[in-house]
Design a binder for this molecule. Structure first.
Ligand SMILES: CCCCCCCCCCCCCCCC(=O)SCCNC(=O)CCNC(=O)[C@H](O)C(C)(C)COP(=O)(O)OP(=O)(O)OC[C@H]1O[C@@H](n2cnc3c(N)ncnc32)[C@H](O)[C@@H]1OP(=O)(O)O
Ligand SMILES: NC(=O)C1=CN([C@@H]2O[C@H](COP(=O)(O)OP(=O)(O)OC[C@H]3O[C@@H](n4cnc5c(N)ncnc54)[C@H](OP(=O)(O)O)[C@@H]3O)[C@@H](O)[C@H]2O)C=CC1
Length: 574
């Protein structure tokens, strides 16, 4: 099953670097926390890495200096975070020798086509300006992470084993509704296979694994430690191998227990798998919370997908989403993608140079340092989309969040389902295919999966992130900034929303006047509709019943009296 493992000699497997946690007791909780940097030589230190004197020079060098002449392996380079990582490495570490990226063919495109399309992306504009030949540093390796041996050819395996200095493992399935078997294959087994490959890399200095801050979301307070896994990964993998898909589906809720989905469950198992190798490799684990658009680099507001809050913001901006269950006062632990990438590169440097005695975990979060709440997010998202409307909005943007289940259900009925029904009726009558109800059903499914995260908050300890920041030179603090204390949330959210408009929806900013005009049209339609509704209600319910007419005239009289009273008292005071 894990072909790389077979090639490891037992002697090498037994070499440990310390007396702490070994691969035999992976479930034990270990406090990794802060530690004094050591220059302890690990297995790979002995296996073909630079001499200690070289490394002492490295420890004083800047992050960019460290990456000079290095060969870097990146998985998930075609994903949201991976692309930003590739861009930042090329731009801020121009001395990097080569970036080996594991890519699979997908959606009718060959691996090469995908890579050349990726490099044409706007994200790379700044790198392209600095170095038009930047693509020469990217070496694409064909790989399907779900296949045995990661489906890397023997020649490529040989090449990687002889030259890679540092591995960044970003690939994962981040879908919340992923079937367990698939999520285990990709998030756990592929990680295991990559670690086995990493063990064979003669020049390897660090292995950086990207996890998630929500891997342990069944806990309220989360330290920078690897918690005992919900089940031993090996046991689960063995069981899933013989189980029918339908059996797996049936037992999934029991297995994931108090975690909300297979994603967080398998990411927790992946951390355990990574920890099992931490006696043999220099390992760093990054746990970002909700990764959002870029804050500063390569430009503010870069985002290219609907994941997490982005889809919610877009749906709210389009006037489709009017209500969602979220706690106004809960911390919205968003973290900009460029912050995560800067931290990742700094962790790569720190892990390789200082070789901490055990795998260090970095909770990459904002809540404990510079908190912002869902209620504030709602306010800033709405205000941005009112000033910079999206094109062809369904209704005027006016989303409200509530933690009350019944109130939310009421607004779903009144503000989602009813308008969707009316619009579909209109489409049917005008000979078109109804679509609004289908869109709302998809939206409800998506936000239903997110609500777990928007209705509660967590406390993450992020001491290691602060410790790392204190280790950077003043120059590195600027180039690889991950100091989230400087984050100005209203400005960030505004850029985020504009980023969804420009880069996800590909809308032109010059069309904003037309979009505003469209919103005015929608407002007039709403006024007309409300007036017609009032007349209809009057005709059907009030005009027909004597009692309703009496109540109506009583209410009107009362209002009239109040008005006269206030007018009289204001005349007297004048
Ligand atoms: C103003 C209000 C403020 C309050 C605001 C509160 C926000 C509260 C956020 C909490 C956020 C926590 C985040 C946890 C922290 C991580 O762990 S981050 C990792 C997060 N992972 C994700 O977000 C993945 C979630 N997504 C999924 O699991 C799946 O996409 C879904 C939602 C189940 C949908 O699956 P599906 O129906 O099979 O659809 P899928 O094939 O994925 O996509 C179909 C289409 O819908 C689009 N789409 C996908 N998702 C969405 C979406 N959410 N919306 C719209 N379209 C979407 C796709 O782009 C695709 O478009 P086409 O290519 O067809 O044109
Ligand atoms: N986005 C977020 O909010 C958060 C993300 N994270 C973590 O960050 C990492 C990156 O996430 P993000 O960039 O957002 O995710 P994306 O979904 O954007 O990217 C996932 C990457 O993994 C690759 N991949 C998936 N399946 C395979 C496969 N079978 N074989 C080869 N490659 C595959 C994808 O390649 P392809 O293009 O071929 O599909 C893509 O490059 C993940 O580990 C995730 O858990 C952590 C916290 C929050």
């Amino acid at each position: 099953m894990f072909p790389f493992e077979k090639q490891l000699t037992p002697g090498r497997l037994q070499i440990g670097r310390r007396g702490g946690l070994s691969s035999e007791d992976p479930g034990q909780t270990c406090k990794l926390g802060l530690r004094i940097p050591t220059h302890d030589h690990g297995v790979f230190g002995r296996l073909g890495q630079g001499r200690q004197s070289d490394r002492q020079t490295d420890s004083m060098a800047s992050i960019a200096d460290y990456y000079e002449g290095k060969n870097v392996l990146i998985t998930g380079a075609t994903g949201f975070m991976g692309k930003v990582l590739v861009e930042k490495l090329l731009r801020s570490c121009p001395g990097v020798r080569a970036l080996y990226i594991l890519v699979r063919p997908k959606a009718g495109q060959t691996m090469q086509e995908r890579v050349s399309n990726m490099m044409k992306c706007k994200l790379f504009d700044r790198v392209r300006e600095d170095d038009p030949d930047f693509h020469k540093k990217i070496v694409a390796i064909s790989s399907e992470l779900m296949q045995p041996g990661l489906a890397i050819s023997p020649e490529d395996v040989e090449k990687l084993c002889s030259c890679i200095n540092i591995v960044f493992h970003c690939a994962a399935t981040i879908r919340f509704d992923e079937p367990l078997k698939h999520a285990v294959q990709l998030n756990v087994m592929a990680t295991q296979q990559l670690l086995s490959l990493a063990q064979r890399m003669q020049q390897l200095e660090a292995f950086i694994h990207v996890s998630t801050a929500y891997a342990n979301c069944n806990r309220h307070h989360i330290d920078e430690v690897i918690y005992p896994p919900p089940v031993q990964p090996k046991k689960l993998i063995d069981s899933l191998e013989w189980m029918d898909d339908s059996i797996v589906r049936d037992i999934t809720p029991r297995l994931i227990g108090d975690r909300p989905n297979t994603y967080t469950y398998t990411k927790a198992l992946a951390e355990c798998v990574v920890q099992q190798e931490s006696s043999r490799l220099n390992i760093g684990i990054i746990r970002p919370s909700i990764v959002g658009a870029s804050w500063q680099e390569p430009f503010p507001g870069w985002i290219d997908n609907f994941n997490g809050p982005s889809g919610v913001f877009i749906a709210a901006g389009k006037g489709i989403l009017r209500t969602m269950r979220a706690n106004n006062d809960a911390v919205a632990d968003l973290i900009p993608v460029d912050t995560v990438v800067n931290l990742t590169l700094a962790v790569g440097w720190y892990t390789a140079v200082h070789r901490p005695k055990s795998a260090m975990v970095y909770n990459c979060t904002t809540g404990g340092i510079n908190p912002f709440h869902w209620g504030e997010i709602e306010h800033h998202v709405m205000s941005t989309f009112k000033r910079n409307p999206l094109e062809q909005a369904f209704r005027r943007p006016n989303a409200n969040i509530t933690s009350n289940y019944l109130i939310n259900q009421y607004w779903i009925l009144v503000s989602h389902k009813f308008p969707a029904l009316l619009y579909d009726l209109y489409l049917r009558l005008s000979g078109q295919k109804p679509q609004m109800m289908r869109i709302f059903n998809r939206l409800h499914k998506a936000i239903g999966l997110l609500e777990y995260f928007s209705n509660q908050d967590w406390e993450w300890n992020s001491e290691n992130m602060s410790m790392l920041l204190s280790q950077l030179t003043p120059e590195d603090k600027k180039t690889f900034n991950f100091d989230v204390r400087q984050l100005n949330w209203p400005e960030y959210i505004e850029n985020y929303c504009i980023g969804t408009k420009k880069y996800v929806l590909n809308e032109d900013m010059s069309d904003i006047p037309a979009a505003r005009q469209h919103l005015r049209k929608l407002r007039n339609i709403r006024y007309t509709f409300n007036t017609l509704l009032l007349v209809f209600v009057w005709r059907v319910f009030i005009a027909r019943s004597q009692m309703a007419r009496n109540i109506w005239s009583f209410v009107v009289n009362l209002c009239f009296k109040f008005l006269s009273y206030f007018r009289a008292s204001s005349t007297l005071t004048a």
